[in-house]
Write a protein that binds this ligand. Structure first.
Ligand code: ZN
Length: 298
């Protein structure tokens, strides 16, 4: 079954909730980048949380970039996600894996590191982008996104994200949910939800056992309290293309392109996000140099 996301309200609109199955999305990221299990879990958690965050944006053309740098061995995690459910992401060092931590889980905090920041840049189609940044509080990422919502957006939230990996490094299950408390919520509701959160299985386990995104929210909030508003597909999607990389080469300027022709007689570009490679011949570069000259003079 394909990945999808649900948006819901609960307790008469006092709670906003999102849940998503990202098993296919993270499987594709893992295959393309050949990430090892701990790196897959870090990337998958970040992509899952970012996917939900992006669908909170209003307007289809709005998008955001999440950057997590914790000083750990995987380096930076970069995720682009938009309001249409299209997400791409990568880690600087995909070949990172450690033994399970003391909770028997993939040791994401060790791979990410705990000394750094999570930053979010939202492109809402206005002149200035919105930027928010918080220090990492755990490196496990679910808690870090929770802290981001509370601290940077002043929305009390609970974020749960999880990834399970097969022995052959492929992805077994991935997904998550976000529960947000609106200003009118009463103390009893919050206490009820907190108790449920303490007693449910990890979100990756629920998805592995076959729970749908709707069911994840029923597990947390109680089915009788939840009103599903919408469901929409989500997927791994990269916007790179041969033309886009060509434009990037042209923007280097004529002199630089002529140097490339002299030194290599060709150019190769590789997309960090989807790992596609684009090859440009000497003739391609000569026409790019020509275009760069025209752009400068025009
Ligand atoms: Zn790409």
């Amino acid at each position: 079954m394909s990945d999808y996301l649900v948006k819901a309200l609960a307790f008469d609109g006092n709670i906003r909730a999102y849940a998503v199955d990202t098993t296919e999305m993270i499987s594709e990221a893992q295959r393309r980048q050949e990430t090892w299990p701990t790196a897959s879990a870090a990337l998958g958690r970040a992509m899952t949380a970012s996917t939900m965050m992006a669908t909170m944006l209003k307007g289809d053309s709005n998008k955001l970039t999440v950057k997590i740098e914790g000083g750990g061995p995987i380096g930076a995690i970069i995720v682009d996600a938009n309001a249409k459910g299209e997400t791409r992401g990568y880690v600087s060092n995909p070949k990172v894996h450690f033994d399970l931590n003391r909770h028997g889980k993939l040791d994401v905090a060790r791979a990410v590191g705990t000394n750094g920041h999570l930053s979010v840049v939202k492109d809402l189609g206005m002149r200035e982008n919105f930027t928010g940044q918080v220090p990492l509080v755990s490196g496990e990422l679910g808690e870090d996104f929770t802290y981001y919502f509370v601290s940077s957006e002043q929305i009390p939230s609970a974020v749960a994200v999880g990834v399970l990996v097969n022995p052959d490094n492929s992805i077994l299950a991935s997904g998550g949910f976000v529960i947000q408390v609106m200003p009118g919520a009463q103390e009893e509701m919050i206490t009820f939800i907190e108790k449920r959160l303490e007693n449910i299985d990890p979100v990756s386990k629920m998805i592995e056992s076959g729970d749908s995104p709707e069911q994840l929210l029923y597990n947390v909030l109680g089915e009788e309290n939840v009103k599903i508003l919408s469901t929409s597909p989500v997927s791994f999607s990269c916007s790179c293309s041969r033309e886009r990389f060509a434009d990037a080469i042209i923007s280097l300027g004529e002199a630089e392109i002529l140097d490339m022709i002299d030194e290599d007689g060709k150019a190769d570009a590789n997309c960090h996000f989807c790992n596609e490679s684009y090859h440009y011949t000497k003739e391609d570069l000569e026409s790019f140099a020509e275009e760069a000259r025209k752009e400068k003079n025009g």
